[in-house]
Design a protein around this ligand. Structure first.
Ligand SMILES: Cc1cc2nc3c(=O)[nH]c(=O)nc-3n(C[C@H](O)[C@H](O)[C@H](O)COP(=O)(O)OP(=O)(O)OC[C@H]3O[C@@H](n4cnc5c(N)ncnc54)[C@H](O)[C@@H]3O)c2cc1C
Length: 324
């Protein structure tokens, strides 16, 4: 049973920002995550501000500098099948295609996907956990098989988005509109670890709206991919996932990023793995060393130690596949 709230269908971005000044107001894009949170009473909502009708926030467009702009309201399905994304930013296309089910990819937006709330069952359930203002992380001594092995600090959620790690690997930037105008934040600085602020997952302030995501022109020799392992093959969140965006010259990696999903409270950039592969050939020895390096700082909880070998195998296989 949903508690009552006011419903506004904004006619402009300015109107949406204005309405979001109300205490307890929430942005709704596709609503596929927000309505679940409200139904489960994860948080309250005094006013739902739907931005779904704002046409200027929809679609994929090429930028004059060779990059691409993706409006925040672009359906995940459209991102997955868009020919420019599929051809030039394969990691993002694969990540979007791996999100949930066809219905959810049609309803859910790319902006909503990177802003969705965590799936930790204690956070979503009737537990007054740390992230909801309580004083306990129930996952630490509880059912933590799906929780973080890296970057956890008092709270062990994993970031649920598949598109976010791909966007981070591809060095995307996020534009955010708010009461004080518009700002653009590199994806590297968009997500917030529990050690910085345990009550939120992104730098978005109350009243702000993600308007678009920009991808830079693909650098020379870019090869990118996203692969995730899930408990069942139909649809599910990542138990472990890896997004790669590597620049390869001849048989050597000259640069690029390795980002893990299902590992940490934020999409987790493995600078350790990146350091191993930079300047190297992507052979079995390098791939194994990179996978070991990525897991060196892993601190599993009681029930999720299986993630360490899972990640090692996944990273190794995917590096070899991209290098082939
Ligand atoms: C059964 C199920 C399975 C799923 N499986 C996966 C999966 O495998 N991989 C995966 O990545 N996701 C998965 N999801 C999550 C799904 O992808 C998200 O629900 C969807 O992407 C959210 O998009 P939306 O537009 O519906 O967001 P909404 O539900 O409208 O919003 C989600 C959150 O983001 C905020 N928000 C939305 N848009 C903006 C914006 N432009 N600016 C600021 N804040 C905003 C809202 O206030 C809300 O808090 C699954 C969801 C379900 C229900």
């Amino acid at each position: 049973m949903l508690s009552p709230f006011a419903y506004i269908r904004a006619q402009s971005l300015e109107e949406a920002v204005q309405h979001l000044r109300t205490e307890g107001a929430r942005v709704s894009a596709g609503g596929s995550d927000l309505l679940g949170c409200l139904r489960d009473e994860v948080f309250a909502c005094s006013k739902m501000v739907s931005i779904a009708g704002l046409a200027q926030l929809k679609g994929v467009a090429q930028l004059p500098d060779g990059g691409v702009r993706i409006g925040a309201l672009t359906p995940i399905a459209e991102v997955a099948r868009h020919p420019i994304i599929a051809e030039r930013y394969r990691a993002l296309s694969q990540a979007a295609a791996s999100v949930a089910s066809p219905q959810l990819r049609n309803q859910g937006t790319i902006g909503g996907n990177i802003c969705q709330r965590p799936r930790c069952w204690y956070f979503r359930g009737e537990f007054h956990c740390l992230r909801k203002g309580g004083n306990t992380c129930y996952a630490i001594a509880g059912e933590n098989q799906y929780h973080a092995i890296l970057g956890g600090d008092r709270c062990y959620i994993v970031h649920p988005s598949d598109t976010a790690p791909a966007l981070l690997a591809l060095d995307a930037r996020v534009s955010i509109a708010g009461p004080r105008g518009t700002r653009t934040v590199p994806m590297d600085e968009f997500f917030v670890l529990p050690s910085t602020d345990i009550t939120r997952e992104t730098v978005i302030e109350p009243g702000e709206i993600v308007t678009e995501i920009q991808l830079p022109a693909p650098p020379a020799g870019l090869r990118s991919s996203y692969r995730k392992v899930r408990a069942r093959r139909s649809w599910d969140f990542a138990l472990a996932g890896v997004a790669l965006a590597l620049q390869i010259d001849g048989d050597r990696v000259t640069g690029g990023r390795v980002v893990l999903s299902g590992a940490a409270p934020v999409p987790w950039r493995s600078t350790e793995a990146e350091a191993v592969i930079r300047g190297s050939q992507l052979d079995t020895v390098t791939a194994t060393r990179a996978a070991e390096a990525a897991m060196r700082d892993a601190r599993p909880l009681m029930r999720n130690a299986y993630k360490v070998p899972l990640f090692k195998g996944l990273i190794e296989e995917e590096l070899l596949a991209v290098g082939a």
